[in-house]
Design a protein around this ligand. Structure first.
Ligand SMILES: Cc1cc2nc3c(=O)[nH]c(=O)nc-3n(C[C@H](O)[C@H](O)[C@H](O)COP(=O)(O)OP(=O)(O)OC[C@H]3O[C@@H](n4cnc5c(N)ncnc54)[C@H](O)[C@@H]3O)c2cc1C
Length: 404
């Protein structure tokens, strides 16, 4: 039976969810509070559809590494401790997820979700979804540290889909980074990984949805309140909006929206930065690259280069910290000097990754019978969006089958 589903949030997760639900034949109302879609964490992210490289941040060795990073200025991770119980709860859960076994288990879950998403994205593109600078150049992760490289190689599950490369082979795959060869231990290349512009993807989804029968877009702020019979009520623009099911996909703000229902989502905003550079086209790398030791990602999007990095814990705001931006610019100057833009604007941006401690998103039913959750995609929301959307569409179908 076709239902009316309300989706809260017009980021990459909410829009993908709405699209999957419309494709499944449901009537969908999408509610977004901002002037347009994709202006939150989905705006200027790294642009990597990193389907095979999904290792969560929480891993054995990360706490010790984080201590070293904290003592070094300009490091990829910065931690500011606050008198904020949310931060402490999140960090304690994060620390308990920092084991090899947990990391491997969660990486498997993310890999499966990523691959489902890649297959779904292909269907969406074949149906005509376009205009978001999609390419499939493959992804190269560069390692400078021998032991870290060896550990990463030991985690490869399918040697056709992920190939370990020598430093010289890395330079062949992506000559733009060839000058790093003497300092590299090696690289891992995933030829089937993709890149695209996440904000343009949001806009393409919105345009396709607006053309679809049964879709309604509301530019309003939504709130949730407890209702009778174990359900919740959706309030939009001060009025009750009737829907058979509600999907909460409001990124980091989902935490606040769910709280009045007694649902405490373990989300924390991990702040990150990006720069969008416009160097000479012939200097741009083609392959999408992750500089693992500095945790910086490089993706060519059309004639621009998107560089994204930094995990700032304890700075849950999107202000542009000049020191962190200066560190990022310095890293780009060292790593890809030809892309350095002392003379042209580099469009700095900061966003909050809506992260769970384990790195695994929360996709499922909630304790309210009419509320589904699609939240907590952290550093991989663009990569996992289509897969998560399909899971929600399956859950909506199952709700009907179960006769709930
Ligand atoms: C620096 C950086 C680099 C990244 N790089 C990558 C990458 O290379 N690849 C990758 O896969 N991922 C990457 N990510 C992660 C990815 O961007 C996020 O996981 C993803 O954007 C989260 O999407 P979302 O829809 O959950 O949240 P958002 O994009 O924040 O969307 C949530 C939406 O909900 C709306 N909303 C909130 N509250 C309400 C309300 N009450 N009523 C109505 N609307 C509401 C907001 O206005 C917002 O538009 C990166 C993130 C950052 C910060």
């Amino acid at each position: 039976m076709k239902q009316h589903i309300a989706v809260i949030g017009g980021g990459v997760i909410g829009l993908s969810t709405a699209y999957a639900l419309i494709r499944a034949g449901h009537r969908v109302t999408l509610i977004e509070q901002n002037a347009d879609v994709g202006l939150g964490a989905s705006y200027a992210n790294g642009g990597q559809l990193s389907y095979r490289y999904v290792t969560p941040l929480a891993d054995a060795g990360i706490p010790r590494q984080a201590l070293r990073w904290m003592l070094k200025s300009g490091s990829p991770v910065s931690l500011r401790l606050r008198a904020d119980p949310k931060q402490w709860r999140w960090m304690l859960s994060f620390l308990s997820a920092c084991t090899r076994t947990t990391n491997r288990r969660n990486a498997k879950v993310l890999l499966q979700l990523g691959l489902e998403g890649q297959a779904e994205m292909e269907i969406w593109r074949e149906e005509g979804l376009k205009g978001f600078l999609w390419r499939q150049p493959g992804k190269l992760v560069l390692y400078r540290n021998e032991a870290v490289f060896r550990k990463a190689v030991s985690g490869i599950q399918n040697t056709t889909l992920e190939r370990a490369l020598s430093p010289a082979e890395c330079a062949e795959i992506e000559p733009a980074f060839a000058h790093l060869t003497p300092n590299l231990a090696g690289g891992i290349f995933s030829p089937e990984d993709e890149v695209a512009d996440s904000h343009l993807f949001c806009k393409a989804l919105k345009a396709a949805l607006l053309d679809a029968p049964g879709f309604q877009y509301l530019q309003e702020k939504a709130t949730l309140a407890p209702d009778t019979n174990n359900t919740c009520m959706l309030i939009v623009g001060g009025r009750h909006l009737e829907a058979d099911q509600i999907v909460l996909a409001a990124g980091l703000n989902s935490r606040k929206l769910a709280a009045p229902l007694g649902i405490h989502l373990p989300l924390y905003g991990l702040k990150g930065y990006s720069l969008t550079l416009r160097p000479l086209p012939e200097t741009l790398p083609s392959v999408s690259v992750t500089d693992y030791d500095n945790r910086v990602v490089y993706a060519r999007l059309g004639d621009a280069l998107r560089v994204a990095a930094m995990v700032d814990i304890g700075a849950e705001d999107t202000s542009l910290n000049p020191k962190r931006l200066a560190s990022l610019r310095a890293l780009v100057r060292q790593t890809l000097p030809q892309a350095s833009t002392d003379h042209s604007p580099d469009s700095p941006w900061a966003g909050l990754r809506p992260a769970t401690p384990t790195g695994v998103p929360i996709i499922g039913r909630s304790k309210c019978d009419n509320l589904l959750l699609n939240v907590g995609h952290g550093a991989l929301g663009f990569t996992l969006a289509a897969g998560s959307a399909v899971r929600i569409a399956q859950l909506v179908a199952a709700v009907h089958t179960d006769g709930v």
